[in-house]
Design a protein around this ligand. Structure first.
Ligand SMILES: [Zn+2]
Length: 801
C-alpha cells in the first residue's frame, strides 16, 4: 500500500526544510497560552481563527480563505497548507482542478501534464456537529505540524491540504461558551439546552443536497465551484462505550450510484488510517460497523456523488472537554458489524478501558489525518488519474445507459417547487438545460420551457440519486433472520418530496436545451393568490405580492433542542411568515388566545413537552418543560377558539393530554427489543417517502393532489374511533404494498388505512394533527402547503389577507 514510500528518502526539498528552521512559527499551545486538548480546556472560535490568521501571517506554507459569514455572522474559514512554493501557485492549481473534475474540458496533452504534476487536493472537515468538538482543536495542531514538520512538508510537495477547523463555527462557539459557563458545576460537560446551530443543530449534516443553510452553501460552492478535491475527510465523534475510533470501510448497502472506485478508495484510506493507528499503539480501532454507504445528504456522502472519495472517522466522545472513566465491563460492540466488544477481523485490538480524554481524541484524529496526508501524497498520481477516470465514466455511462435524462415538464402545478428543484440541482453543480421549443423524447412530447437533466455529465451520480426512487435492498441480519435496517434515511427522492412531476427518458435524446445559467437568488414568500388557490409556493416577489397580514402564530420552543422546531423556524423565515417563539414560561403564563391565533408544537414527544430535561442534566432555568400548568394553558387556548397544530410526535398531546379521542400508531421496530421476530413486525422507516390519499376539499388539503407523498421518519400515525368528530385530511392506502414510494418500510400492514393527518374541534377552537413532518428538513416542498394551509386558511384559523 505504500509502494512509493521508499522514493521519499531520495527526495530532498531544501526550501521547505530551510524555511521551517529559519522562521519562528508559534505552535497553537504557545499562541493560546494553554496546552491544546488539556483537560477542561477549549479554544473558542475567536481563538482558533486568531491562531490561523497568525499562522498564515508568519508561515508561507499556510493560506487562510474566509468563505463568508455564518448564520450568526462568524467568519467561516478554510486553511490551505502545502509547501510555500505550492501556496504561491494556488490559483493555478485551482484552475487545473476544475478541468480534472470535468474531463470534457481537458485536452490529452493537458491531462498527461496534470496527471504527472498536479498536486492531489484533500479537504479535512472538522466539528460539523457542535458537540463533537475535538476536531476544532485538532485542526490547529494539524495545520501547525503540516507547516513545520519536515517529513510532512515533504509530503506536501505533492499535495494541498484544505482544513476547515469547524464546519459549524456558530455551534463551536455555543458549545464552548456553555461548557465554560458550567465548568466546576454538576452540569459540567452536559447537554446544551438549545440547538448547536442557529436553525438546524445536528441536522446540518443532512443538508448537503438541499443546501438550505449558509454554511452548507459556502462549503458546497468551495468544493464543487472552487477546489474540487479528490478526497473529502469528515472528522466526527460518536458515543463513549464502544470502539475508540471508527475508520472506513463502511458497511452495506452500497448506493448503486457510487462508482466502484469510490468504494475502493474509501476502504483504501481507512486501511491506511487503521494501520497507522496500530503502528502508533492506538488500540480500539474498529472498521465496518454502523455507518453505511447508502444515504445521501451527509457532508461525506455528497462528495461521493461528485467523484470524490468521501471518508469519515468517529472517535469516542468525552464530556466535551471533561475526561471520562470507562469501566471495562461497560464497553460494548456496535450493532451492524460488531455486536460484542471482542476481538474480530474488524476490531483486532480492543481498548481495555480506563480514562479517556479530549487529548486522546485529538491524538487519534491527528494520526488518522496524517495517514491520509501521506497516502494522498504517495499515491498522488493514482488519485488524480482516478478522479478524471470517474468523471469520464459518468459521462460515458450517461450516454449509453438508460435513463439518458430526466425531463421536468413545463406548465405543471407548482411552478415554485419546480424552480426550487432546479436550483437545488444547480447548486450541486448538476447541468440543467431548458428547451427552447417543444420536443419529443421517449415517446412523449414536452412543451417549450421544459427542463432537461441529461445524465451524460460528470456529476451524473448526484443528479440520478436525487431524482430517482430509492429501493433499500432487502438484507437479512443472518440467513432467515430479521431484515437489516437502514441506520439513517433510506429514501429522499426529491421530485416525490417536492411534488414535482419528472419523466425518465429511456432512449437517447436530442433536444435544443441550453444550460440554465441564471444565478439570481429567488425570494420566497407565501402569496395572496397562491394561498387562495391552496398552493402557497416559491414565488418571485416582483411578480406576486407576498401576504402581509397573516394570523398570529406562536411556535413552541422547548429547552430540549428540537431540530424540527429549528427547521420550522427556518422554513417560516425563508417564506417570510412572521411568528413568535414561545418558551415554557410564556406558555405557562397563559392568556394565549389574546396573543395568538395559531400555536404550533413541532415534533416532540409528550414527555419532552411536559417534562423537558431534568435539573440533573441542565441548570434550573432550562429544566422541567411545560408541566401540567403549561399543558392546561394550551388546552384552554384551543377551547377559547385558538388553533393548535401538532406535528408528528406532538400528536401524543392530543391523545394523552387534551382529551381527544384518538389512538396513536407508533413505529418501534428498530431492533431495540430482545425479540427480533416481534421487532420485525413493527413499523420501522427511519426516513422514507410514503403515499397518502389527501382530501383536497379539506382546507388543509387544498392544492394537494389526491394521491400525494409525505415524509415519514418513524412517525406517529392516527387511528380514529368510529363516531369521532375528527375530519380526515390524509390517509395511508389500505393496500400495504402501495404505501412505500421510496426508501424502506417495515410493518406496512400496521400502517395500512391509518390516518396521516386530521383535525378535530376542541371547545370553540380546533386541533390539527400531522402524523408526519410536513416541513421535513426544509426538503418536503410537496407538503409545505399543507402546513401553510393549516396556518393560513380561513376556517382553520384567523384572518388571511
Ligand atoms: Zn457527528
Amino acid at each position: 500500500m505504500n509502494r512509493l514510500r521508499s522514493l521519499f528518502c531520495a527526495v530532498a526539498l531544501v526550501p521547505a526544510v530551510a524555511f521551517a528552521q529559519a522562521t519562528r512559527v508559534p505552535s497553537p499551545s504557545e499562541h493560546l497560552g494553554f496546552t491544546v486538548g488539556a483537560d477542561r480546556t477549549l479554544a473558542d472560535w475567536g481563538q482558533i481563527t486568531g491562531y490561523f490568521q497568525r499562522l498564515a501571517a508568519v508561515s508561507p506554507a499556510v493560506h487562510v480563505d474566509t468563505l463568508g459569514p455564518t448564520t450568526s455572522g462568524q467568519p467561516f474559514i478554510v486553511v490551505a497548507v502545502s509547501t510555500p512554493a505550492n501556496i504561491a501557485r494556488l490559483a493555478e492549481f485551482r484552475t487545473a482542478q476544475a478541468k480534472l473534475a470535468d474531463p470534457r474540458r481537458l485536452t490529452p496533452d493537458e491531462e498527461r501534464r496534470l496527471v504527472a504534476s498536479q498536486p492531489s487536493v484533500i479537504f479535512i472537515s472538522n466539528n460539523i456537529h457542535g458537540s463533537e468538538i475535538g476536531g476544532s482543536q485538532m485542526a490547529m495542531e494539524l495545520a501547525y505540524r503540516l507547516a513545520t514538520n519536515d517529513t510532512l512538508q515533504r509530503y506536501l510537495d505533492r499535495e494541498i491540504v484544505l482544513v476547515a477547523p469547524s464546519m459549524n463555527p456558530d455551534g463551536q462557539r455555543m458549545i464552548t461558551e456553555w461548557y465554560r459557563k458550567n465548568l466546576g458545576t454538576k452540569w459540567e460537560g452536559g447537554p446544551l439546552p438549545w440547538l448547536y446551530h442557529p436553525y438546524v443543530g445536528h441536522d446540518n449534516n443532512r443538508d448537503w443536497f438541499m443546501v438550505t443553510q449558509k454554511e452548507t452553501r459556502l462549503v458546497t460552492d468551495y468544493l464543487y465551484g472552487v477546489w474540487f478535491p479528490e478526497i473529502f475527510y469528515d472528522v466526527h465523534q460518536m458515543g463513549s462505550e464502544g470502539a475508540r475510533i471508527f475508520v472506513p470501510p463502511l458497511v452495506d448497502p452500497v448506493n448503486p450510484n457510487l462508482d466502484p472506485m469510490i468504494v475502493r478508495g474509501i476502504a483504501h484510506v481507512g486501511a491506511e488510517m487503521a494501520l497507522a493507528l496500530e503502528e502508533r499503539g492506538k488500540s480500539g480501532v474498529a472498521n465496518s460497523v454502523i455507518y453505511d454507504l447508502w444515504w445521501h445528504g451527509g457532508a461525506r456522502s455528497t462528495p461521493t456523488r461528485h467523484n470524490m472519495v468521501g471518508v469519515i472517522t468517529e472517535a469516542a466522545s468525552v464530556r466535551i472537554a471533561t475526561p471520562i472513566v470507562q469501566d471495562t465491563s461497560k464497553l460494548r460492540g456496535h450493532a451492524r458489524g460488531l455486536p460484542k466488544y471482542e476481538r474480530r477481523i474488524n476490531f483486532p485490538n480492543p481498548w481495555p478501558g480506563g480514562t479517556w480524554r479530549l487529548r486522546d481524541i485529538i491524538d487519534y484524529e491527528l494520526v488518522a489525518a496524517e495517514a491520509l496526508v501521506r497516502l494522498a501524497s504517495e499515491q498522488r498520481e493514482d488519485y488524480v488519474r482516478n478522479f478524471v477516470a470517474m468523471g469520464r465514466r459518468a459521462i460515458a455511462t450517461g450516454a449509453k445507459e438508460a435513463p439518458y435524462a430526466f425531463v421536468i415538464p413545463a406548465g405543471q402545478g407548482d411552478a415554485g417547487a419546480v424552480e426550487r428543484l432546479v436550483d437545488v440541482l444547480r447548486v450541486g453543480r448538476v447541468e440543467v438545460g431548458q428547451s427552447r421549443a417543444s420536443f419529443s423524447a421517449g415517446g412523449k412530447t414536452f412543451a417549450a420551457g421544459s427542463y432537461v437533466v441529461r445524465l451524460d455529465q460528470p456529476y451524473r451520480a448526484h443528479a440520478k440519486d436525487l431524482l430517482e426512487v430509492q429501493r433499500f435492498p432487502k438484507m437479512e441480519q443472518w440467513p432467515g433472520g430479521p431484515p437489516e435496517r437502514p441506520y439513517d434515511v433510506a429514501g429522499w427522492t426529491l421530485p416525490l418530496q417536492m411534488g414535482v412531476t419528472i419523466m425518465p427518458i429511456d432512449q437517447p435524446l436530442t433536444v435544443d436545451a441550453p444550460l440554465v445559467t441564471d444565478a439570481s437568488p429567488r425570494v420566497r414568500c407565501v402569496t395572496r393568490a397562491a394561498a387562495a388557490l391552496g398552493a402557497p409556493a416559491v414565488r418571485d416577489t416582483r411578480q406576486y405580492g407576498c401576504l402581509t397580514r397573516v394570523p398570529r402564530v406562536g411556535l413552541y420552543k422547548s429547552w430540549t433542542a428540537s431540530m424540527d422546531e429549528g427547521w420550522t423556524r427556518w422554513v417560516m423565515d425563508d417564506f417570510k411568515l412572521p411568528y413568535v417563539s414561545l418558551g415554557d414560561s410564556a406558555v405557562r403564563a397563559g392568556s394565549l388566545r389574546k396573543r395568538f391565533d395559531v400555536i404550533v408544537i413541532p415534533d416532540l414527544s409528550l414527555r419532552e413537552v411536559r417534562d423537558g430535561m431534568s435539573d440533573a442534566q441542565v441548570p434550573p432555568p432550562y429544566a422541567g418543560g411545560l408541566g401540567a400548568e403549561g399543558i392546561a394553558a394550551l388546552k384552554r387556548f384551543a377551547e377559547d377558539g385558538g388553533h393548535l397544530v401538532l406535528v408528528d410526535g406532538a400528536t401524543e398531546l392530543a391523545a394523552e393530554a387534551l382529551g381527544i379521542d384518538v389512538k396513536l400508531v407508533t413505529a418501534g421496530g428498530g431492533g431495540g427489543s430482545r425479540n427480533a421476530a416481534a421487532d420485525a413486525e413493527q413499523i420501522y422507516a427511519p426516513g422514507s417517502i410514503l403515499r397518502v390519499a389527501v382530501d383536497p376539499a379539506h382546507p388543509v388539503g387544498k392544492g394537494m393532489a389526491e394521491s400525494s407523498a409525505i415524509y415519514f421518519v418513524n412517525s406517529t400515525s392516527l387511528d380514529l374511533p368510529a363516531g369521532s368528530k375528527a375530519r380526515v385530511i390524509a390517509r395511508y392506502p389500505s393496500q400495504p404494498d402501495s404505501i412505500l414510494l421510496s426508501g424502506f418500510l417495515q410493518g406496512a400492514s400496521k400502517l395500512a388505512g391509518k390516518v396521516a393527518a386530521a383535525d378535530v374541534p376542541l371547545g370553540s377552537g380546533r386541533v390539527t394533527m400531522f402524523g408526519f413532518r410536513p416541513l421535513y428538513r426544509g426538503q418536503s416542498y410537496g407538503t409545505f402547503k399543507m402546513f401553510f394551509n393549516a396556518l393560513l386558511e380561513p376556517g382553520t384559523s384567523g384572518p388571511v389577507q
